[in-house]
Design a protein around this ligand. Structure first.
Ligand SMILES: [Mg+2]
Length: 177
């Protein structure tokens, strides 16, 4: 089984920030199930993530409710190739306060180290992953949805991938016990 690290990507609040968009962000319209959505995307994100994966030997994957739509509407607009998709919308309930995506991520990673960029994670997710027998080393990078992914988040991921520790939660507001 591959132990190649994964870098998991959310879309809304990470690649598509709610506010404070950079000057190079571009507005795009996406049509999902007949509804039109606006997203603001910055191609520099795609370049930086591709470089992170290349330099660290990691594999990028989508962990977003956009699921396959991310490969159609988001990836090409930030310059990313089609990526593996973690199905996260089945059984969207929470058992112990963890985000509904978290259990799907726990199953998907199957022991591979991973960094997860998301704006909805906290201590319950960290605890769920730590307690899950199929989960190995991981880093949760809590992204502010107002600003989206920043250079500091990417640097933190790069640093962790270069010298991994177990079960880190990179969020000063929700520090690990
Ligand atoms: Mg999000």
């Amino acid at each position: 089984m591959s132990k190649r690290p994964l870098v998991l990507l959310d879309v809304d609040g990470v690649l598509n920030p709610a506010r404070r968009r950079g000057l190079r962000s571009r507005r795009h319209e996406c049509v999902l199930d007949g509804r039109v959505y606006q997203v603001y995307l910055d191609r520099r994100h795609g370049r930086a993530l591709a470089a992170l994966a290349r330099e660290s030997g990691a594999e990028l994957a989508w962990a977003t409710t956009w699921e396959e739509h991310a490969n159609l509407w988001i990836g090409p607009r930030v310059g990313l190739p089609p990526l593996p998709v973690i199905k996260v919308t089945d059984d969207p309930g929470s058992r112990a306060g963890e985000h509904f995506k978290t259990r799907h991520v726990a199953e998907y990673v199957a022991g591979r180290p991973f960094v997860w960029f998301d704006d909805s994670l906290g201590v319950p997710d960290w605890q769920y992953l730590l307690d899950h027998p199929g989960v190995g080393e991981f880093l949760l990078v809590d992204v502010d949805p107002m600003t989206g992914l920043t250079g500091a988040h990417l640097a933190r991921a790069r640093e962790w991938l270069a010298g991994r520790g177990a079960g880190d939660l990179d969020d000063a507001g929700a520090a690990a016990p």
